[in-house]
Ligand binder design. Structure first.
Ligand code: SF4
Length: 402
């Protein structure tokens, strides 16, 4: 069986104030040091795993489309040297403003088949509200360029941004559908207000400025009920346009589901390389440090991957399966994780059945439309320590779609 490979590229042209990823400016010095570390990690992982076959690839970030064509070529050579690359699907994430023909051709030469475009909004007001630097007019040419290169296109949209109304969200959905993407991902804007180190690599973009932006943005975000209605509006509009809602935040034309991401949601095996990249191999989750200096230091001194001590494969397996429309097959789950875990998960899911959050059908348990809106209320009951604190009836409008 072939491996799913994730490659992380942490660079961005600027820092979006709502973003929680540990990103870094794309200076040539940082890029060259990072790509050398990445190539080393790729080589060492390929050797350690006996040059396994890679069937799907996902290059995410950050903004991987910022890499220069020669850097993309070097990454492709590193991957081909370390793995038996037989790509059935390969995705690269792109910013609509940083995609030119030479870069696109370099990604196609690497084997990319899908472009995931961070449109986020198609209105000037939405992009301004999110602090994005691209323009709505950048999106259609990027889609056309990807299509002419033979790539499938996925669009990312964000809803619940400051000042957004139901009408503005419908306008974004209509504008996105007019571009006829193969796949769409729609996420609510979530603003973390606690200080963190995500801005550490950005000179002049300290946490206090980000925190001020977030507090002001949070004060003018639509309330939870309005955001829940926006999610329901996306389900209705995308369903009517022929897209299948196959995962809580993802819609696709039939056959255009992201195979790589399905490996995550089906709790399969994948290797992640690069800063902050997670892996799941032989039932064990591990990761690399997310902050760039810590990642570079770890790879340059040959440090092992960090064990992800907080994860529990049986819990993760149940939660991830419930994110998918195909739901959780309790018999298969019992075979994989044992009767004890299956009984516990079954009891937890029965406890939310009276609230209309899950339904059983054909040996599977699935979230209902209401369950997708209140997914965190279901998921928390599957976590043994948290379940004891979550025995009250599920409350209203707790949206969990990311
Ligand atoms: S482009 Fe994406 S990864 Fe980069 S700062 Fe903005 S939201 Fe974060």
């Amino acid at each position: 069986m072939s491996l799913a490979l994730y490659v992380h590229v942490p660079f961005c042209a600027s820092r979006c104030p709502y973003c929680d990823f540990a990103t870094a400016p794309a200076t040539s010095r940082l890029r060259s040091r990072y790509l050398a570390a990445l190539a080393r990690e790729v080589r060492e992982q390929g050797e350690a795993m006996g040059r396994p076959a890679v069937g799907t690839l996902y290059v995410g970030g950050g903004t991987p489309s910022l890499l220069e064509p020669d850097e993309v070529g070097a990454l492709g050579a590193a991957l081909a040297g370390a793995f038996d690359v037989r790509l059935e699907e390969a995705t690269v994430e792109a910013n609509p403003a940083t995609l030119d023909r030479a870069r696109l051709e370099a990604w196609v030469a690497l084997g990319v088949t899908r472009l995931s475009l961070g449109a986020q909004s198609l209105s000037p007001r939405g992009l301004r509200a999110l602090g994005r630097t691209h323009q709505p007019g950048d999106v259609a040419p990027a889609v056309a360029a990807a299509r002419s290169a033979g790539l499938a296109v996925s669009l990312d949209l964000i809803f619940g941004w400051p000042g957004q109304t139901a009408g503005l969200w419908h306008a974004d959905l209509d504008a996105a559908l007019a571009l006829r993407p193969d796949h769409l991902s729609c996420y609510p804007l979530e603003l973390v207000l606690e200080p963190e180190e995500a801005t550490a690599s950005w000179p002049g973009a300290g946490w206090s400025a980000v925190e001020r932006w977030r507090r002001a943005a949070a004060a003018s975000q639509p309330d939870e009920d309005a955001v829940a209605q926006m999610y329901a509006a996306a389900e209705a509009a995308l369903g009517a346009a022929g897209y299948r809602h196959y995962e809580i935040a993802n819609w696709a034309r039939r056959g255009s589901e992201c195979r790589h991401n399905l490996t995550y949601w089906r709790n399969g095996e994948w290797l992640g390389v690069g800063a902050g990249a997670h892996s799941h191999l032989s039932g064990v989750r591990s990761r690399r440090p997310a902050a760039l200096p810590a990642y570079l230091a770890a790879v340059e001194r040959g440090a092992p991957r960090l064990a992800d001590a907080a994860s529990d494969d049986a819990v993760d397996g149940a939660i991830l399966a419930l994110r998918l429309d195909e739901g959780l097959d309790l018999v298969a789950y019992a075979h994989r994780f044992g009767e004890r875990h299956a009984r516990r998960v079954d009891a937890a899911l029965r406890s939310v059945e009276p609230y209309g959050l899950v339904l059983r059908d054909d040996g599977r348990v699935r979230l209902t439309a209401r369950g997708r809106l209140l997914a965190n209320e279901v998921f928390v009951r599957l976590i043994p320590d948290a379940a004891a604190d979550a025995d009250a009836a599920p409350g209203p409008s707790v949206l969990a779609v990311s």
